[in-house]
Design a protein around this ligand. Structure first.
Ligand code: HEM
Length: 81
């Protein structure tokens, strides 16, 4: 296993452009999704969550309630809250 650093929500907020890297949170974990943004099947809408939480958006778009989506996200984990 792997040690992940702890970040605050303020830290995450500083990462919302490709230049600063694009971070999001989900279920207490932090992800750097910069390299996934261009691959997202739902297009640019993914940027609405940049620097913050995925939960409110995934509550609206139920297509993310799958193991497949959770596996994609885990590949980009960089820390915990
Ligand atoms: C579709 C992943 C964030 C909106 C999808 C699909 C995946 C995915 C794998 C295809 C699902 C399928 O068809 O089975 C992710 C990941 C995200 C993320 C890993 C974050 C790291 C978001 C956000 C929004 C969003 C924040 C909205 C604000 C959508 C929409 C679709 C979609 C609308 C459906 C696209 C279509 O079928 O036309 N996403 N998503 N996603 N996503 Fe996301």
């Amino acid at each position: 296993t792997h040690f992940f650093p702890t970040y605050t929500r303020e830290d995450v907020k500083k990462h919302k452009t490709p230049h600063e890297r694009i971070w999001v949170t989900y279920a207490g974990e932090v992800f750097d999704i910069t390299d996934f943004v261009e691959l997202h099947p739902g297009g640019d809408r993914i940027m609405l969550a940049a620097g913050g939480s995925l939960e409110p958006f995934w509550a609206l778009y139920g297509v993310h309630k799958s193991d497949h989506v959770k596996e994609i996200l885990q590949q980009y984990k960089v820390g915990v809250l």
